[in-house]
Design a protein around this ligand. Structure first.
Ligand code: PRP
Ligand code: ZN
Length: 304
């Protein structure tokens, strides 16, 4: 029997992820690559962990920091923009943050940027003085304006921020930009980045204890392995010993290669774990430098 999401299950770890939207699928895929699997409940809000006692809660991304704060879930996958906005937003009452970023996850990259109408000739941030800026990120924008010493009016909107200038609600906006298509479609241009964001694993400010602490540690170890090999390839090749000094500079992103001596001659067999892109061009350069039998293999898992 799956416990209901409302009964505290202190011996199981609970991770909140976005129910739908940009981060939903990659978050699940990343956790699945850490060996997690789930049985989905019929309401599709709670997934009961099968391979490990780690359950998923499917929620709105904006709710995730609050759920961690309340202890309803232990960890969450959420945009750094949401996490920091709610962290700064709490700053007013002087409370210490109860959640923090545990890991950057390397997907869902975007920028929180100020954008102005295409027709503006941008001369710098001071141009925003006395203007109205629409945003769903009042705390982050407010902090940035204060750091710049600019007095502007923040118009808080919970959505459709990009249309505010055309509706006469604001002069400029501060919103997330990923491809830039939304801005372009609304005759706006980004002029100033105030935060680089990506998906992060968020957790409580303190360590988790006992069983959940151990589960979180296990997950982090697997996650670090998965993140490390995300773009990694194993490169196998042979080469005469004398060309090694020419080959190694072509592998700057590789861990120290494993070198094996082949029987009867001066030939070596090498295997190198490359963390950067192994392109055709690179393979051709290695071949020109004397490598033979080059083979590129995917890396499925790694435990340091
Ligand atoms: C963001 C942002 C823009 C859009 C920009 O919304 O508010 O509407 O993405 O992306 P683009 O530069 O690729 O066009 P998002 O989809 O993240 O939804 P949310 O802000 O409502 O969570
Ligand atoms: Zn959202």
């Amino acid at each position: 029997m799956s416990p209901s999401p409302n009964t505290p299950a202190r011996d199981r770890l609970r991770i909140a992820i976005q129910k739908s939207g940009r981060l939903a699928e990659p978050a699940r895929a990343l956790l699945a690559s850490c060996g997690l699997s789930w049985r989905e409940s019929r309401d599709r809000l709670f997934c009961y962990g099968e391979s490990l006692p780690i359950d998923l809660l499917l929620v709105r991304d904006d709710d995730i920091p609050g759920l961690i704060d309340q202890g309803v879930c232990d960890l969450g996958v959420v945009g750094r923009n949401v996490l920091l906005e709610q962290d700064r937003g709490r700053g007013g009452n002087g409370a210490a943050p109860t959640f923090r970023e545990w890991r950057a996850l390397g997907f869902g990259g975007c920028r929180l940027s100020i954008a102005v109408p295409d027709s503006w000739e941008w001369q710098g941030a001071q141009q925003l003085a006395g203007r109205r800026i629409a945003t769903s990120y009042p705390a982050l924008l407010g902090q940035w304006l204060q750091e710049q010493g600019i007095a502007a009016d923040i118009v808080m909107l919970s959505g459709s921020v990009e249309i505010a200038p055309r509706l006469g609600q604001a002069d400029a906006i501060c919103d997330l930009v990923s491809s830039g298509a939304t801005l372009a479609a609304n005759q706006l241009k980004p002029v100033q980045t105030i935060l680089e964001s990506e998906a992060v694993l968020a957790g409580p400010a303190h360590e988790l204890d006992s069983v959940r602490g151990e589960l979180a540690e296990l997950l982090l170890r697997r996650l670090d392995g998965a993140l490390r090999i995300r773009h990694s390839k194993l490169l196998l090749f042979q080469a005469p010993r004398r060309v090694l000094p020419d080959l190694l500079p072509l592998l700057p992103d590789a861990e120290a290669p494993t070198v094996m001596r082949l029987d009867d001659n001066d030939d070596l067999a090498l295997q190198a774990l490359c963390h950067g892109a192994v392109t055709w061009q690179r393979l051709e350069e290695l071949k020109r430098a004397g490598a033979r039998g080059l083979m590129v293999l995917p890396v499925e898992g790694m435990l340091a």
